[in-house]
Design a protein around this ligand. Structure first.
Ligand code: CA
Length: 231
């Protein structure tokens, strides 16, 4: 994991420096921002392999930064909080944070969590060199090369576009896509159809992969925006 880049957004400088020192000792390269507005700007402008995000920050708070980053990127986000109420909020809001850690924590615990999330993200996105053509998320398994899909061990049949759409979403976990973006991505520019086609295909995919299509565990509808593959 040497050379992986991490952004720390933390206003308590002593904590930020402690986190940085331990992460650098593990071979990561670390940037720090000490307030919410700079943190958000840097997180959106630069590419990181993981973001460590404090919640109580001067300026934009960690919740808002998480939400805004998640609209554009699927970078793993580890939220840091000192308050129990925040944990419920992280879980409840569906912000797309990957994990949280409560203060005070030991630096070695932080490093372990960071490494775990980076490994998981690499497995999901296949961004490492030992690039894997199998995507496995809970009971769902997608073989990209063979173009086959299993749900809890049972193979399901997908049309070409359904397969492409499912795979595209699964390869970009926690990223919210609009119907327009998905249509452009999966269908040819001159193909017949419109964004309603996306809705129809999502419905068909859900019927095949979800236990309960009313409460999807994989493809989540973000009302007024689009869809997100939940991990
Ligand atoms: Ca703080």
């Amino acid at each position: 994991m040497a050379g992986k880049k991490i952004l720390i957004v933390e206003d308590e400088i002593s904590i930020a420096e402690l986190e940085r020192d331990y992460l650098e000792l593990s071979g990561f390269s670390v940037d720090m921002e000490a307030d919410g507005d700079s943190g958000l700007k840097t997180a959106l402008e630069k590419d990181y392999d993981l973001i460590i995000l404090d919640i109580m920050l001067p300026g934009t708070d960690g919740f808002e930064i998480c939400r805004r980053v998640r609209e554009q990127k699927d970078t793993p986000i580890l939220m840091v909080t000192a308050k129990k109420e925040d944990i419920d909020k992280i879980r409840g809001l569906g912000l797309g944070a990957d994990d949280y850690i409560t203060k005070p924590f030991s630096p070695s615990e932080l490093v372990a969590r960071v490494k775990a999330h980076m490994s998981r993200y690499e497995r999901l996105t296949g961004s490492e060199k030992n690039h894997n053509d199998i995507i496995e998320i809970r009971g769902l398994k997608i073989d990209k090369t063979a173009r086959r899909v299993w749900v809890d061990g049972t193979e399901k049949q997908f049309t070409t576009k359904e397969f492409d759409l499912l795979t595209f979403l699964a390869e970009h976990p926690n990223h919210v896509f609009t119907k327009e973006e998905l249509f452009r991505e999966i269908w040819d520019m001159d193909s017949i159809g419109d964004i309603a086609t996306v809705t129809v295909h999502i419905k068909k995919i859900r019927e095949k992969i979800e236990y309960n299509t009313a409460k999807p565990q994989y493809i989540e509808t973000i009302w007024g925006v689009g869809y997100r593959f939940k991990v």
